[in-house]
Design a protein around this ligand. Sequence first.
Ligand code: GLU
Length: 496
Amino acid sequence: MEKVRVRFAPSPTGFLHVGNARTALFNWLFARKKKGVFILRVEDTDIERSAAEYEEKLIKDLLWMGLDWDEGPDAGGPLGPYRQSLRLEIYKSHTQRLLEEGKAYYCFCSPEELEREREKAISSGEMPVYSGKCRSIPSNETQQRVTSGEQAAVRLHTPDEGTISYNDLVRGTLTFDLKLIGDPILVRSNGLPSYNYAVVIDDSLMQITHVIRGEDHISNTPRQTLVYQALSLKPPQFAHLSLVMGKDNTRLSKRHGATSVDQFGKQGILSSALFNYMALLGWAPPEGKEVLTRGELTELFELEKVSRHSAIFDYDKLTWVNRQHMKRLSSRERAELAYPFLKEAKLFPDQMTEDHWEWLEKAVEVLTERIDRFSEFPEKVREVFEFFPAAMDESIKKELKAECASRVIQLFSKKISEIEEFDYAKFASLAKEIERETDCRGRDLYHPLRIALTARGSGLDLDKFIPLVEKGARLDFPVPVKNCAQRASEVSNLLE
Ligand code: GLU
């Protein structure tokens, strides 16, 4: 069997969004599963819209997702160059051949003329198809006009009648009426190849075996098939993936939420989780398992099982998958992923000591259960760091007026000030002492103690909270952490 060779062929005209990332991912999964080759090809012949920054960003986002390629503009390879703008001579030589063989012809129609024809067709309810007008210009006239520098595009001469079919691995055989296709442009009047032309030459010369891409290219495929035929080249197999939709069944867009890979990263979604979730867009692993590593997904992936129905992007599901992936990480890994968000929020220093890392590891162990994504860490860490007794909720202030509350807090504040190296065990025995001395117990005892330490009515369990606060108070943070004794004393002072 021939070696599988697939490619992802983005145009660097914008950020990598969910639809394209899923296309890249399915190509990658298929290549890796089949021990084949995954190629990155940059389609940058739309010079007005392509930009080097987009290409750079695209590469960064693909690598962040965990997608790597064997051949590409940066990686090189035997069948390059892998950037279309560097392949113009290759396209030119093919065009020359098609013109000489009479399979292509120069078209001198101006954009205005074509637009008029288009509008006319549309207003009479017909499909706008090029009339083939320039086919019949005598060759000596064509030659003369071209040599005199008149602007001309090159079109493929296609049959006016009949049908053209191709087999799609996702959708079966698809047949198109040639009457509705017309003669596609191969080379624009600015000398640059059209997408439908360059893609065929590149896929063929790069020995692509399977073209896996979005459904929006289905209508381009008959045109490409005609180009393959004209050049006597063997077409690859095609697999068109359904579109990614929002929950309301309209095409996924900014209205639905984040759509670019980069945004998900900024929101604290793990790349392994995004990878996992995207693999489920239009494909389901056997036995309905949903939380899978890149390796497991590669092992299970089957192109033949890809669904033709549109895939719904469910943000809640992605969040759930993210949570599952977060749980699988070690504390150190979680700490490292949380740190950029904490630094950005100015809660952590630019230079971390080993003690900071240790603290953060403990914090993520305790806090991961309460968050869905890393971007939520600063908010949770603030709960530990910040202490604003003066700004307590009215409802809590009211609770402090209760008879037990003030006695418990004042006694706690007095006793804790006499203790060194406070920790949870010491807290537990202090609470017992206070219970004996005040006769306040249960909620009457523990709720005021919580308020004394947090100035809040709810939050982390105190056995988790106290060690974090005590250790945190000994470290250097941009916002210093107050220890338990300082906290109790401030709340107790408020009561006087
Ligand atoms: N440059 C095209 C795009 O980004 C590639 C389509 C294809 O894979 O053939 O849509």
